[in-house]
Design a protein around this ligand. Structure first.
Ligand code: ATR
Length: 275
């Protein structure tokens, strides 16, 4: 019999995770099903409990429930604790374990798929909401020379930096206007793309040949990607991060590591995008 998994969110119908996990399962010979589960905004826990009671083994969690998932986990991995959010739950017999695979997904995409080793580089993380918080710990673990977190509301950037200050990489917080120039890696973790904005920061932040990554993918990311290309950076959307975080989730659930490159290639061609 197949083990069942799901992605739980609201909305959730846009999620590409079922397609990604179907490809991983076929490639690794894992017997599993993976579905979309729409939870009412006030019914996340009830939806999860019903799914687990029906035999569900675990789930991914997407907007707006990553903080609720954190609260529901009896045990949390270190990287989930650092980010204060959970995007992956495993329903163990003795309790639910919460993990956050977003940061590892981002780092693996940058290092393996985009071919940029983060060690020694200058990194600019734009945003200080849930998406930024979820990845900062993993970025630090990759040992860049410095990470600057900039945000429209600078207090939030300062709080995020303070929560990670003990981890050994120089961290700075600043306003969007005070973002440092000539950064090697720019990561847009704001929701500005949703409003069709090009970039929340000025092009002077880009070092020559910088990698400029937006965590969004599809049409939402296009304004940022066009802006990055127009200023000589290498544009990258969030599709690789999505595939890599899914691979981390599969490993967390079942101890199996799928090959991500062929899956990313298929997803890319299905989306009909060049990047
Ligand atoms: P998510 O979970 O996607 O990170 P969030 O927690 O609401 O969502 O955070 C959204 C991020 O996008 C924040 O960093 C937010 O900046 P503020 O903290 O100042 O609100 C940022 N953001 C949203 N709209 C923005 C805009 N028009 N310009 C600049 N930053 C914006």
């Amino acid at each position: 019999m197949s083990d069942s998994y799901a992605v739980v969110g609201n909305p959730v119908e846009h999620s590409r995770s079922p397609a990604i996990h179907a490809m991983f399962a076929a490639q690794t010979g894992q017997q599993l099903t993976y579905e979309r589960l729409l939870a009412p905004l006030d019914g996340f826990e009830a939806t999860l409990r019903a799914f687990a009671a029906a035999g569900g083994k675990g789930c991914n969690v997407t907007v707006p429930f990553k903080f609720d998932a954190f609260a529901l986990a009896a045990v949390r991995t270190e990287r989930a604790r650092l980010g204060g959010a959970v995007n992956t739950l495993r329903f163990d017999a003795d309790g639910w374990t919460g993990d956050n695979t977003d940061g590892a997904g981002l780092v693996n995409d940058i290092q393996r798929n985009a071919g940029r080793t983060l060690a020694g580089l200058q990194v600019l993380l734009v945003g200080a909401g849930g998406a930024a918080a979820g990845v900062l710990g993993s970025l630090i673990a990759a040992a860049p020379a410095r990470i600057t977190v900039v945000n429209r509301t600078v207090d939030k950037a300062q709080a995020l930096v303070a929560g990670h200050a003990h981890l050994g990489v120089p961290l700075h917080a600043a306003t969007l206007a005070d973002a440092p120039a000539e950064q090697d890696i720019l990561i847009n973790a704001t929701s500005t793309s949703l409003a069709g904005a090009a970039s929340p920061v000025d092009a002077r932040v880009l070092a020559r040949g910088a990698l400029a990554l937006d965590m969004m993918y599809g049409p939402k990311a296009q304004g940022f990607l066009d802006w990055a290309a127009a200023h000589g950076a290498e544009p990258r959307d969030g599709l690789g991060m999505l595939v890599e975080q899914a691979a981390e989730a599969l490993f967390f659930w079942r101890g199996v590591r799928p090959e991500t490159a062929p899956v990313l290639k298929t997803m890319r061609s299905e989306l009909g995008e060049a990047l």
